[in-house]
Design a protein around this ligand. Structure first.
Ligand code: DP6
Length: 342
């Protein structure tokens, strides 16, 4: 049977920054985490992905930020498309074009936004109509943190307990408008090593070798509940303290991994120290830092304190650029057009 002509479907998805980190999977194939995680979806930044299934293609064509993808990044997309083909019952290859409106080399979480956008675009392009919950489950298979980028605002990804992963998906706990005065000052650090696309190998090394990993797993549920409650009550000082505690716990298990995982540069460390000093001098917790598996640092504060915090931190030697982002909406369908992606 000849395949029907298929549309080019474009979908946008934002990155997110984890307040409670996902780090370690109990099932690598299904990408099922040991612990639940909690994040804020970031506004203004996005991956935009266009997908078209085409019976004439002899293999998948994958273009990331204007360049044909090769190696690991390409393989990850092709494996993901295989899953979509299986769900849709098609063997057609696809053309995929994805672009970020933020520098990929900046180390911002492009795998989260990228796989969430790919999930949205590829499923529709294959004729599937998935709920956001199903999109989250599917995006999780591409990159764990992508499960959270499907949704906007303050998002929890429940680890789930089922071996088949059916109960491991994200949901929005509070919408972005719940706390519009919460600001994330992103400090892009010069000379930050480019993050590999997937954190999988690093996190599994932590699970196997860090003597502190078990203790971390035991304390994360309490911290997640406390962070969710602080967001619910819009208690900024409490949230910032907890977010730093969580970041320090994440960094500890990375540092005690064998061989040690050290994602920070001297500049990143100077930012963390300056935030601590800022809070000490103010006599209250007016800002809280966090970072992922990379050197850039996110500093949360309230809009009213932004100018002061920014002045102090932007002057640190090695800070290349700062971005100001806020809680934002989740992934969204942009358009479906007939014919090729342009
Ligand atoms: C430190 O989602 O990039 O950013 O599932 O291997 O693709 P893979 O990992 P990824 O890891 C994110 C790790 C983190 C914490 C977080 O975002 O929760």
């Amino acid at each position: 049977m000849a395949s029907r002509p298929r549309p080019t479907v474009t979908y946008d998805a934002p990155p997110n920054i984890a307040l409670v980190k996902y780090w370690g999977v109990r099932d690598e194939e299904l990408r099922l985490p040991y612990n639940s995680s909690f994040s804020v979806t970031l506004d203004r930044l996005r991956s935009r992905t266009a997908v078209r299934f085409d019976p004439e293609l002899r293999e998948d064509e994958v273009e990331l930020n204007g360049t044909a993808a090769v190696g690991g990044p390409r393989d990850g997309v092709v494996r993901f498309l295989d899953r979509v083909r299986e769900l849709a019952g098609t063997s057609d290859h696809a053309s995929v074009r994805s672009e970020n409106n933020f520098p990929t080399a900046s180390g911002l979480a492009s795998s989260a936004s990228g796989f969430a956008a790919l999930a949205g675009a590829a499923t529709r392009a294959a004729g599937l109509a998935l709920s956001d919950r199903d999109l989250s489950r599917l995006a999780r298979r591409g990159s764990g943190s992508a499960s959270r980028s499907v949704f906007g605002g303050f998002v929890e990804w429940r680890a789930g307990v089922r071996p088949d992963g059916f109960d491991s998906y994200a949901r929005s706990v509070y919408p972005a408008r719940h706390w519009p005065s919460l600001v994330d000052l992103v400090l892009l650090v010069r000379g930050a090593p480019v993050k590999e696309v997937r954190s999988n190998d690093a996190m599994q090394a932590t699970v196997r070798t860090s003597p502190d990993y078990r203790a971390r797993l035991a304390e994360v549920p309490r911290r997640l509940r406390a962070i969710r409650a602080a967001v619910g009550a819009r208690r900024a000082d409490r949230l910032f303290s907890l977010v730093m505690e969580e970041c320090d716990s994440f960094r500890l298990v990375c540092e005690t991994t064998v061989p040690s995982l050290d994602y920070l540069t001297a500049t990143s460390r100077a930012i963390l120290a300056e935030v601590r000093e800022l809070n000490r001098a103010a006599g209250r917790t007016l800002a809280g830092y966090t970072h992922d598996a990379g050197a850039h640092v996110h500093v949360f504060t309230l809009a009213r304190d932004l100018a002061a915090v920014r002045r102090r931190l932007a002057g640190i030697e090695g800070v290349e650029r700062t971005l100001v982002v806020r809680p934002g909406p989740g992934g969204r369908f942009v358009r479906a057009t007939s014919g090729r992606a342009s």
